[in-house]
Every structure is written in structure tokens, then in C-alpha cells.
Design a protein around this ligand. Structure first.
Ligand code: BDR
Ligand code: CA
Length: 310
């Protein structure tokens, strides 16, 4: 069986970086490109971070394309309080040894989807601006999308506002385009990703591997844990984005239910909230597999095995 082609659309970001490491190490996935989007930091910074990460692991063969620098409608928002000024504070990252493609990420996504022999899976781990723009610009690509495993939203909680998760809050209009597209979607929201806990024990395991990439991941988690402690009072770092990749590799590692999801784009109080119709009270057809429960042990072992390959 050939490998599943995927595009990771991301805003690295500590957990985005770990998601990329997981995807690149797994024999089931073929990463066709890494496309970047504004989010955790500005577009130039997150693009630079993607290049630095790939340089650090010697994967300068992976094409990187920079995409949208701001949301479709809303004003840009970044998250220095979570990911630092660079968007990837903590580890010592090398200078990038290569450059991004001379092509806008939205065009990269469209080109790959139009030319791939096999349907392509999208794994968005940042705001959904690039994905929405690609769907709006070239609706024909929809027939060649296998699945969208997105990290974003939540059933019951929020981390940017009491009810809105960061990725959806930053570009809810784009999220609305994606959720109303009719495409097969799995939503990996905060209810699930807060179960992907990494703490002192996991950092010690990584340090014990005593390999450069394992130390890099330990540094990423250490910084991320620090901000999660300060901002949210957690004593662990939740590896949000890596869970979306894990579900693309092993659908079922997250238990899901088919439900209808809508996105709030107007109310000041609930802007960016994903409205998940748990009991079918709207009578609207389900449009997403919504994640509920992560098999944390399986996730942890998948991740440790992935890091050990470097
Ligand atoms: C999401 O927001 C970002 O800070 C993380 O990278 C993740 O994609 C979690 O809400
Ligand atoms: Ca992210």
C-alpha cells in the first residue's frame, strides 16, 4: 500500500513542530508540503520556524510554502504569551538552510490537489485561512481531498475566550467555509487535545534517549509547559496539533461522534466558538466527526516511537 499523501497547514508553534516531526517520521504518511499560515506568530516568523525545524532534522527536501498573512475578515491575532516572540521560543534552532517555495501556499495546496494521483489528506493545525482560501479559489480541488483532520474548536471549552479555541477564534470566517464545505472533516478540539498531556515524566524519557531531536522536543515541551503553567495553571503541556496527525495515522486513536458543527462569527461574547450539536437539537445533518476521547497511552507510544526514529 502506498503512503497517504498529506499536506500539513500550520503555524509553528511548539505543538505544530512536534506534529510535523510525527508526520515526517511515520511510514504511512507522505508529506507533500508544509504550508504556513499566520497564527501563533506572524507569517514570516512561523515560516522561518518551519524552515528552521526542517533544517534541524535534515529534511530540507520537504517543500515549504508561505500562505495567508492575515485572516479573511477579522483583525490578525498572535499568541506570544503561549509560544514566545519567535513563535518557537525555547530550543536553539539553526538558521534555515533553505528557502520557501516561490509560490503562495494557497496555490501550492491547489496545485498538489489537482495533480495528485491519489486523494490528499489535509491536516490543518493553525487558523483555517489557507484552506478556506484554496476551497474558495478552486472548488474543483474538493473531489481530490481524502479527509481534513483539523486541530481546532472545542465542544465544551475555550482557551482564547471562555468558549473559543485559538485556531477557530483567529479566523472563524475561514472555519465556517471549511465546516460548511461538505468535505469529510474530523475535528480534534480542546476536549481531546487537553488529554494529550506531556509533563516531567515524558521530558525525562526524551532526555534519556539522548539524541539531538529528542532533546529538541524536550526543550519544546519544557517551554510550552512553562507557558501553560503560567497562563492556564496546567502542570503539563497539551500537544494539541500532534493529535490531529495521530488521528490521520491511526483513525480511532481518538474516539469520535458524527455531529453537526457550526461556527459563531458575529456575537462579541462567543466570537469564534464552535457550536457542536451534541443531541441533534437543530435537526441539521452531521458535518464532522467530533473527537471526544484520546487513547493517551497509544498516542504517547506513537509519539515516543516517532521521536526515537530521529
Ligand atoms: C492551538 O492553538 C495554538 O496555540 C496551538 O499551536 C494549537 O494549534 C490550540 O488551541
Ligand atoms: Ca498550531
Amino acid at each position: 500500500m502506498s503512503r497517504q499523501p498529506v499536506i500539513i497547514d500550520c503555524d509553528p508553534g511548539h505543538d505544530d513542530a512536534i506534529a510535523i516531526l510525527l508526520a515526517l517520521s511515520h511510514p504511512q504518511l507522505e508529506v507533500k508540503a508544509i504550508t504556513t499560515v499566520h497564527g501563533n506568530q506572524t507569517l514570516p516568523k512561523v515560516t522561518d520556524n518551519a524552515l528552521r525545524l526542517l533544517t534541524a532534522i535534515g529534511r530540507t527536501d520537504i517543500p515549504v510554502a508561505a500562505g495567508c498573512a492575515r485572516p479573511l475578515v477579522a483583525a490578525p491575532v498572535t499568541a506570544p504569551e503561549i509560544h514566545g516572540e519567535s513563535g518557537l521560543d525555547g530550543p536553539n534552532m539553526p538558521e534555515p538552510a533553505f528557502r520557501p517555495l516561490d509560490e503562495h501556499a494557497v496555490n501550492t495546496i491547489i496545485r498538489i490537489l489537482r495533480t495528485s494521483d491519489r486523494k490528499v489528506t489535509l491536516i490543518p493545525t493553525g487558523p483555517l485561512t489557507n484552506i478556506a482560501a484554496a476551497l474558495l479559489k478552486a472548488p474543483d480541488i474538493m473531489t481530490n481531498i481524502e479527509h481534513i483532520y483539523l486541530m481546532g474548536g472545542a465542544i465544551h471549552e475555550g482557551n482564547k475566550t471562555p468558549v473559543a479555541e485559538f485556531n477557530i477564534y483567529v479566523d472563524p470566517h475561514a472555519a465556517k467555509v471549511v465546516f460548511t464545505s461538505g468535505l469529510p472533516i474530523t475535528m480534534i478540539g480542546l476536549d481531546v487535545t487537553h488529554q494529550a498531556r506531556m509533563g516531567e515524566e515524558e521530558i525525562a524519557r526524551l532526555r534519556a534517549m539522548d539524541r539531538p531531536v529528542a532533546h529538541l522536543v524536550a526543550d519544546l515541551i519544557t517551554f510550552f509547559m512553562g507557558t501553560y503553567r503560567r497562563v492556564f495553571g496546567f502542570d503539563y503541556a497539551p500537544l494539541h496539533d500532534a493529535v490531529a496527525v495521530a488521528q490521520a495515522i491511526a483513525p480511532g486513536i481518538v474516539a469520535t461522534r458524527r455531529l453537526h458543527v457550526d461556527v459563531e462569527t458575529t456575537s462579541p461574547l462567543t466570537f469564534g466558538q464552535t457550536i457542536v450539536d451534541l443531541y441533534g437539537v437543530t435537526g441539521r445533518e452531521p458535518n464532522a466527526n467530533v473527537g471526544f476521547r484520546l487513547d493517551r497511552d497509544a498516542f504517547l507510544e506513537m509519539l515516543m516511537a516517532a521521536i526515537a526514529t530521529y
